[in-house]
Design a protein around this ligand. Structure first.
Ligand code: 6MZ
Length: 340
């Protein structure tokens, strides 16, 4: 029999704010995508999973495999649908997916983003219990021209689908281009009303972290190497929530053990912190597993976990009409969960 805490976490209405679509493909999804592309037996998928501790460079290699499979609008739609279903199966009631519009021989960036949005719309009627939003990613490895295109696409589709497209993300290999190269694009996106959820401090570059904190953002992804003065600045600014991805950071070798994870430093100081999966396919995890790890490592009670879910929706880019709906689901679960 499963321990009570595990059942509790599985049933808890959860909120996911940091999930890259092409990092969130389960084995089953990879098989379906292989079949769609090659029409025969699925290819093996070991190349995609990060099974033991490696480094960030190895992690970035993994996405190439997913990108090979999601090179048409049909494949992007199938991937998006499967990711939404998997989150819903884990009782995630609100998810902000993020993805980098990509052009291939068979697809334009517009077609990519439309495939994601159309799927989110389709899933609204099929899975009404999960509310799905989209954050458009800019990959640091791309040219500035390509990043500008993604910024413009984010603004264009936010106007067309204001209930879905809610923000812009800066992600990709943190050791490639500098934040300052993308600053004008991100500033423009913010001016058009888009929210910013930026990867920051994934490597130890205190000058860049300081520049990013000065620029500001709505949420900060990872923040693994935020230290000293920069840590004090972030802690003083309670407006910038931290997205923590425990297993991702462990397997990418940027934190030595779960108990060393910076989640705890920020959490115990009362800073808004959200537990996220990052790439549940690559890191073979789920939001329930991440919450279980947080609970076991940092001795979090059921009440703490409910508060984390409530805090996450407060930090989300959901509208003022949507937030109370998600809070309502958490409240009714909390009422029934007294026995846990
Ligand atoms: C930085 C990451 C990431 O956009 O094709 N991505 N960027 N740090 C991470 N932590 C390990 N995990 C994923 O999803 C895959 C893309 O998301 C970004 C990378 O740019 C990767 O190519 P999409 O859906």
């Amino acid at each position: 029999m499963k321990p009570n805490k595990e059942i509790f976490i599985e049933q808890l209405p959860k909120v996911e704010l940091h999930a890259h679509i092409n990092g969130s493909l389960s084995n089953e999804t990879l098989c379906k995508l292989s079949q769609l592309k090659y029409g025969t037996d699925a290819k093996h998928t070991e190349k995609y999973h990060l099974l033991t501790k490696m480094d960030l460079i190895d992690a970035f290699e993994k996405f190439k495999y997913a990108h090979e499979l999601t090179d048409t609008p049909e494949a992007v739609a199938l991937a998006t649908e499967c990711v939404i279903r998997d989150f819903s199966d884990d009782n995630v009631v609100y998810v902000e997916l993020r993805s980098t519009p990509r052009s291939t021989m068979k697809m334009t960036k517009d077609e990519y983003i439309m495939a994601v949005i159309d799927t989110i719309l389709k899933m609204k009627s099929q899975l009404p219990s999960i509310l799905v939003k989209l954050i458009v990613s800019i990959n640091r490895r791309e040219s500035i021209e390509s990043a500008e295109e993604n910024g413009s696409l984010a603004s264009k589709y936010a106007k067309l689908h204001p209930n879905i497209v809610c923000g812009v993300d800066l992600s990709g290999d943190p050791a490639s281009k500098k934040f300052s190269d993308f600053e004008p694009i991100l500033a423009k996106a913010r001016e058009t009303g888009l929210k910013l959820a930026l990867h920051c401090g994934e490597i130890d570059d205190q000058d860049e972290i300081s520049a990013m904190l000065k620029f500001g953002m709505h949420r900060l992804g990872h923040g693994t190497f935020i230290k000293g003065e920069n840590e004090e600045i972030l802690l003083k600014n309670n407006e910038i929530a931290l997205e923590c991805c425990l297993t991702s950071n462990l397997l990418c070798g940027v934190v030595p053990t779960y108990s060393d994870h910076h989640f705890w430093r920020f959490y115990k100081n009362g800073h808004p912190v959200v537990i996220c999966t990052d790439d549940f396919g690559v890191f073979s995890t789920s939001l329930s597993k991440e919450l279980q790890i947080a609970s076991d490592t940092f001795n979090l009670s059921s009440d703490d976990l409910i508060k984390l879910s409530r805090g996450a929706i407060d930090c989300s880019f959901a509208s003022d009409d949507e937030k109370p709906i998600v809070h309502g689901k958490i409240d009714s679960f909390a009422k029934d969960a007294i026995g846990f």
